[in-house]
Design a protein around this ligand. Sequence first.
Ligand code: HEC
Length: 98
Amino acid sequence: MEAELPEPPVGTGDKNQIAAGNMLFHRFCSSCHGDKAVSAGVLPDLRYSPALQDDTWFDITMKGVLKDNGMVSFQDQLSKEQLENIRQYIIFRANKLL
Ligand code: HEC
């Protein structure tokens, strides 16, 4: 059974951002975080992540603050804009709009 999702942030991404984020997520993140951002339960399901709410998102994905736990920085591979697109995609998924 799927747990109730906490109130997700309001999505501000436009169609192009979401589409780009969808593509990038499935290229760079889904191997660990699950297809369509639904985690199999071992690693964090990003739809539930409080990091979607604020700049913690970039601390994790760019500065690598969780690297000791196995979540590496993507700073060398993705721009801040691309990572923002991924965030908007996940927010859309969290809002069940996609
Ligand atoms: C090699 C596996 C792997 C890949 C690929 C990966 N992650 Fe992670 N990620 C992890 C692990 C492991 C954790 C849990 C870290 C912890 O427990 O502190 C995590 C945690 C996170 C968190 C914190 C979630 C929370 O608990 O609130 C965010 C945000 C995140 N990842 C974003 C991303 C994004 C965005 C991508 C793609 C650009 C990505 N990750 C790709 C392994 C991965």
